[in-house]
Write a protein that binds this ligand. Structure first.
Ligand SMILES: Nc1ncnc2c1ncn2[C@@H]1O[C@H](COP(=O)(O)OP(=O)(O)OP(=O)(O)O)[C@@H](O)[C@H]1O
Ligand SMILES: [Mg+2]
Length: 233
């Protein structure tokens, strides 16, 4: 597989009838295995729409979107579900389940794999939470964790299944500066260790440094793509 994501001529519309409006125009974007790409751009430029298309969370309407070497345009539902399992999602809000402990929230990802057994899932979730610095808070429900801790649980949940791709939509937006940077660095470190690619949407200039490449969107189009310099790495 030469590219994790390979998009050509992608177009997308929202709404029906007279309200139908084009949101994405002729988008081309490719991401290599292990590459970390940050997607920026003004509010309403189509970043989340693009991310949900790549995440196989919506159907492709126009153009080609190859994920892990397989075409998503006109893919069957079960193919899309199978591809989704290879992706770790991180959202702006942590989306943890309030009635489950930190560990149970992380274990949930692994329950999608029918071959794993309960003890193994528990061990993997425990180890992953230790990696994100929450080894002492395994049994805490989200309500007893700070914003940064909740987002670290979300990072553990996204990465525990060893995804090939991490899709993150403004994962630091609800956090203060320092905590946001810590969470971004954590996502980067864990993904690099595993060789996972990342596509991360952010408005936060302080975390641009984790990227190999920065891609900018405006009015539904990719307007600029630049290699990022890796000072000090
Ligand atoms: N489900 C939907 N139905 C109709 N229009 C939508 C829908 N979702 C998004 N849009 C419109 O599509 C455009 C792009 O939205 P999108 O959420 O992708 O932008 P964004 O770049 O993620 O913005 P932000 O930085 O504010 O999150 C906007 O004009 C938005 O109003
Ligand atoms: Mg958005």
């Amino acid at each position: 597989m030469t590219h994790v994501i390979e998009i050509k001529g992608l177009g997308h519309w929202f709404g029906k009838g007279e309200l139908r409006r084009q949101i994405l125009f002729d988008v081309d974007l490719s991401i290599k295995p292990g590459e970390i790409v940050i997607l920026t751009g003004p509010s309403g430029s189509g970043k989340t729409t693009l991310l949900t298309l790549i995440g196989a969370l919506r159907a492709v309407e126009q153009g080609s979107l190859r994920l892990f070497g397989r075409e998503l345009h006109a893919a069957r539902d079960d193919d899309r579900i199978a591809m989704r399992r290879r992706i770790g999602f991180i959202f702006q809000q942590h989306n943890l389940l309030g009635f489950l402990s930190a560990r149970q929230n992380v274990e949930m990802t692994l329950e999608l794999d029918p071959t794993s057994d309960a003890r193994e899932r528990r061990n993997l979730a425990t180890a992953m939470l230790a990696r994100v610095g929450l080894g002492e808070r395994l049994d805490h429900p989200p309500s007893k964790l700070s914003g940064g801790q909740k987002q670290r649980v979300a990072v553990a949940r996204a990465l525990v299944g060893n995804p090939d791709l991490v899709l993150a939509d403004e994962p630091t937006a609800s956090l203060d500066k320092v905590t946001g940077q810590e969470v971004a660095t954590l996502i980067e470190r864990l993904a690099r260790e595993r060789g996972a690619s990342i596509l991360l949407v952010t408005h936060d200039p302080r975390i641009l440094g984790i990227a190999d490449r920065i891609v900018a969107m405006e009015d539904g189009r990719i307007v600029d793509a630049a290699e990022n310099r890796h000072d000090g790495r």
